[in-house]
Ligand binder design. Structure first.
Ligand code: TMP
Ligand code: MG
Length: 291
């Protein structure tokens, strides 16, 4: 019987607790050598809120920084207020949302690219931001590193920013691989655009992994723990060549009552307004303990 006290937290919801315990027990049985973790970044590894305030996504970190003009800030905020409700609207189909997400990302990236952002300023921009990783992040990153478990961070945010966040938190270990939207700087170190392919919330799947070598190399890692906060994060593991056990953990941060049904259908474990990595850490600790 799998005994993980963190699963008793009031934030935890599961459609089928026995099924969850079955997967966890199977992951443990198959061993740490078979495990890989695939995670979203914004609002999954980073916090959604703190002290009643929203925390920034990697894009918002740029939007809010001093290097953006007041006019630029207003335009980026307008985009957020228009497109974010569409992103999380449970009543729209993926077919409807996808072109609109491409539109949002393209317009935001175009605006950012007009702001003469310097590569050399990124570290300071992150330092001055209000970004926070979820409570328990140290244990999460350290457990995976110590046990040589590959961590694939698949993000529709800004790669340069998220890498800087985990670097400044001293947890950017060599077991981490990131696929995200990376900035393209000119020879003078000024932002001139973003590299392709464009990754938005709803194309986090095979189609943007032009290098499928990563998952091919990991073909023996048949146990997967997937972490996300959006319905779009569920396809992040599509490129995995060989899946035996998969445990999907979803952070339900916003409009909880409205989204609960859908999340419970899609994620094995749903964490409601839980700003910590406690449950993930509890499962990892259990998996890594030799008994
Ligand atoms: P992800 O967490 O699935 O990787 O998605 C990144 C998040 O970034 C997504 O929830 C939307 C958000 N976002 C912004 O906050 N500002 C922006 O300008 C854009 C394009 C996205
Ligand atoms: Mg996210």
């Amino acid at each position: 019987m799998v005994r993980i006290v963190e699963l008793d937290k009031t934030t935890v919801r599961m459609k089928n607790p026995d099924h969850v315990r079955g997967i966890i027990s199977s992951i443990k049985k198959d061993g740490v050598n078979k495990l890989q973790v695939i995670s979203d970044f914004d609002m999954t590894l980073s916090r959604f809120g703190w002290n009643g305030r929203r925390c920034p996504t990697s894009h918002n970190i740029l939007d809010n920084s001093q290097v953006i003009t007041e006019e630029g800030k207003k335009q980026l905020k307008d985009l957020l207020h228009y497109y974010y409700p569409i992103e999380i609207d449970p009543n729209r189909t993926l077919e409807e949302k996808c072109p609109l997400m491409v539109e949002w990302w393209t317009r935001a990236h175009d605006l950012l690219s007009q702001q003469k952002i310097l590569k050399g300023d990124i570290a300071q921009i992150v330092k001055e931001s209000e970004v926070m990783l979820r409570d328990g992040f140290n244990e999460f990153f350290d457990q995976l590193h110590k046990n040589n478990v590959p961590l694939f961070i698949f993000s529709a945010g800004v790669g340069d920013i998220l890498e800087e966040i985990i670097r400044q938190a001293n947890v950017f270990h060599p077991n981490i691989n990131v696929v995200s939207n990376y900035m393209d700087f000119d020879d003078d170190g000024i932002l001139r655009g973003f590299k392709r392919p464009l990754i938005h919330t709803y194309n986090k799947n095979n189609t943007v992994l032009n290098n499928t070598e990563y998952f091919q190399q990991l073909s023996t890692k048949t146990s997967i723990i997937l972490l996300g906060d959006s319905m779009g994060d569920l396809t992040m593991s599509d490129g995995v060549t060989n899946v035996k056990n998969i445990l999907k953990i979803g952070f339900l941060n916003d409009k909880v009552e409205e989204h609960r049904g859908k999340y419970l259908e899609s994620y094995d474990i749903v964490l409601e307004r839980d700003e910590t990595l406690d449950v993930v850490n509890g499962i990892l600790r259990y998996t890594f303990t030799e008994t």
